[in-house]
Every structure is written in C-alpha cells, then in structure tokens.
Design a protein around this ligand. Structure first.
Ligand code: NAD
Ligand code: GLY
Length: 365
C-alpha cells in the first residue's frame, strides 16, 4: 500500500494506492468524516463488475447508497447526463453533507466531479478510478468537466476530491488497449519530470505489461506524486501545469480530426509525444538519442508513433484552435533531455508542418 499527499491547503487530500484497497473504502470515507448519503456514479461496464461490491461496502459502513450507471463512452460526459444526475441527487435528497463517488474511468470521474462541484454549489467528492489513465491522471488534480458539442471539456471547474482510492486489482479486468493508453500518460511523467522513472519503465516493461502488482503500484505512486507536485505549484494551470500537456498538442489535433474514434487518447498522446520529441530535436533543443529513447519506450508499450490516416493540412487548423493557444500562438511543450521540458510559443509554421509530415508518414525520421 502506498499513499501520496496532495497539499493544497484546505483542499488537501490523500491518494491511497494498493492491491485490494477498495475493501477499505467505507473506513476511509468515515475517517474523512464523510457520512450520510452517497451517490455512486459509474458506467455500465464498470458497474457490472464492481457496482454491487462497492454499494455493499458502503452500506455496511453505514451509508445510504444509490448507484447511477451511465452508458460507457465520451458521449456520457454531457450536460444532458449531468442533468439526469442532478435530478437523481434531488430525488434522493442529497444535501451538502452527502458525497458523490466516481467509480470508473476518466469519463465517469470528470462527469461525477462536475456534478459534485456544481450541485448545491459543491459537495464532497471521492474518486475510485478504474482505468490506468484515470489512476495516474484524471482522478488527481481537480479538473472536472463535461463536453460541449463544439469541443471537449469546455464546461468545467477546478474541484478537488476529498479522497482518491486506487485499487490496482481493478486493472485486471481492463482491456489491454485501455491499459496501453494509460501507459502512454505514465511515460509522459517520466519524460517531463523523472529520468529514474523513465529508466524504471525500460527495466521493468515486461512486468508492467503483465500488471505485476508491486511494479504497478510503484509506477502509479510515482506518477501521482509527480502530478501532485505539479498541481501543488500551479493548480489553475497558469504556468508549470502546462508541462502535463507534453504530447497533447498534436494528440488533440489527431483525436479531433479523426472524430475521436480512430485513436484513443493515450494512443494519440504517444504519437504526439514522438512528434514533440522530433520537434525538440529539429529546434536543436535535444540530442537525437532523446528522440530514440522516447520512440523506443513508446513501441515497447505497444503504442503507435504514427498516424498515417491523418493529413498535415487537416491537422494544422486544429493546432491553432488548441485550448493552450494564447494570442494565436500554440504553446509547445518541448523536451531538452529525459526529465526536463520547456515551453516554447514561437515555433515557425514550416517546422511544424515538417514534423506533422513525419508523424503522418509511417517511416522513422
Ligand atoms: P473511459 O472512462 O471511457 O474508460 C475506458 C473504457 O474502459 C470504458 O469503456 C470503461 O467502461 C472501461 N473500464 C473502465 N474501467 C474498467 C475496468 N476496471 N475494467 C473493465 N473495463 C473498464 O476512459 P479513460 O481513458 O479512463 O478516460 C478518458 C477521459 O478522461 C476523457 O474524457 C478525458 O477527457 C478525461 N481526462 C481527464 C483528465 C483530467 O485531468 N480531468 C485528464 C486526462 C483525461
Ligand atoms: N491532464 C492535464 C491536467 O490535469 O492538467
């Protein structure tokens, strides 16, 4: 069992990580003085696997519990589904001393967190992330949101959970493709902040792929620790939190231009990280071996480097529309060496075009 503290003054909380740790959810919530009623939000895949178990655990701990399960997938991260949740919350009489628990991946976490942040101007929120991506990224740091038909995550808030409980055993039922997607975000933490973690991935990649519990706990712990440190320095993303977007500029363009269906987020981030590494090398910021190390680890974790279905001219407008664009300039997170990144908002278009040509052609530079 491992614990990571997120120190944000009155909004501080602890992330508990371990095998089978979900069994303690009742005690952990009682210890936080969360009592009264609980609305668990999940999706149909996850609630079938773990819904009854978590409902029973909380009922046995004395809570009045209801489970609301949404359809799996990004479409559930909507105002329409949030409205259904508000209705259920009103019907079951949730008040400011009640809690909303997210049991699922990033879709459920973002949706439930958005409802927790806004219903009655905010009630206690608990995250039980069940995908690797949610365990190392979306459940930590307090970004909650729903989508608008004109763009992803456009309606949201910064709203920290009171508690995060990460049970690595839940990853045993996760489809492989979702596991690899989560690994993409873990690689990102190594590249942006920790060469030792990056080397740990190389040395332990076989154990990681077979979900060896000790190794998995260690990488999740370290990724949460890195994310916590970044969020503690810059909760509202005015400066250093931007480094978490390494690989995400090209990734967002790939996802949006292919209708969010061809590549999942982690796959798009893998291609985006390779693109960002190539760009860093092209700008003279890093040595060639940095690009080679990054592409090697991406391939080891069964993730793609190229998006041959995408066209440069289709991707370019999406880069300009990226949320992180300020004053018409795209802010690029670039790598100088593994563990060290820099922000650059002055990259000439011809260089970006050249990089996009490389990641859309299935051939290594
Ligand atoms: P997801 O929530 O859609 O889950 C992926 C799939 O795995 C779903 O079909 C789900 O039902 C299934 N699943 C989840 N846990 C399972 C388990 N233990 N066993 C079997 N199946 C399981 O996807 P995701 O990748 O977790 O999250 C993506 C979302 O997260 C996006 O909406 C993205 O915008 C958001 N996100 C938010 C942040 C943040 O900081 N808030 C960060 C990154 C991503
Ligand atoms: N996933 C990016 C962030 O939390 O800032």
């Amino acid at each position: 069992v491992a614990e990571v503290s997120v120190n944000l003054g009155v909004n501080s909380y602890t992330i508990h990580i371990g095998s089978g740790i979900i069994a303690s959810i009742g005690q952990l919530m009682c210890k936080m003085e969360l009592t009264n009623k609980v609305l668990i939000v999940s999706d149909d895949n996850v609630s079938k696997l773990y819904g009854d178990y978590v409902v029973n655990l909380l009922s046995q701990a004395g809570f009045t519990v209801e489970l609301f399960s949404v359809a799996p997938g990004e479409d559930s991260k909507s105002m329409r589904v949030a409205m259904e949740l508000y209705t259920r919350a009103i019907e079951m009489g949730l008040d400011r001393s009640s809690s909303i628990v997210a049991l699922g991946g990033g879709v459920v976490g973002d949706l439930a967190g958005f409802v927790a942040a806004t219903y009655l101007r905010g009630l206690s929120f608990v995250q039980i992330p069940t995908t690797l991506l949610a365990q190392v990224d979306s459940s930590v740091g307090g970004k909650v949101a729903v989508n608008h038909e004109l763009g992803k995550n456009l309606i949201g808030a910064f709203y920290q959970p009171r508690l995060v409980v990460i049970d690595i055993d839940m990853l045993n039922t996760l489809p492989d493709r979702e596991l690899y997607a989560g690994l993409s975000e873990t690689i990102k933490y190594g590249i942006i902040a920790d060469q030792t973690l990056f080397n740990y991935f190389i040395d332990n990649h076989q154990q990681i792929l077979v979900k060896e519990p000790v190794v998995l706990t260690e990488i999740i712990r370290r990724c949460c620790e890195i994310k916590a440190q970044v969020v503690e320095r810059d909760e509202r993303e005015s400066c250093v939190r931007m480094m978490l977007n390494f690989g995400h500029t090209i990734a967002h363009a790939i996802e949006a231009s292919t209708g969010f269906s061809l590549y999942n987020h982690g796959e798009a981030v893998a291609i985006g990280m390779y693109g960002a590494a190539l760009l860093s090398y092209q700008l003279g910021l890093c040595k060639k071996n940095v690009v080679d190390d990054i592409s090697m680890i991406i391939e080891k974790f069964k993730l793609p480097l190229f998006a041959p279905e995408c066209k440069v001219d289709t991707l370019l407008p999406y880069l300009e529309r990226d949320k992180k664009t300020v004053g018409g300039k795209t802010k690029w997170v670039l790598v100088s060496s593994v563990g060290q990144v820099k922000i650059n908002s002055d990259v000439p278009e011809n260089i970006i075009r050249h990089i996009l040509e490389q990641v859309t052609h299935k051939q290594k530079a």
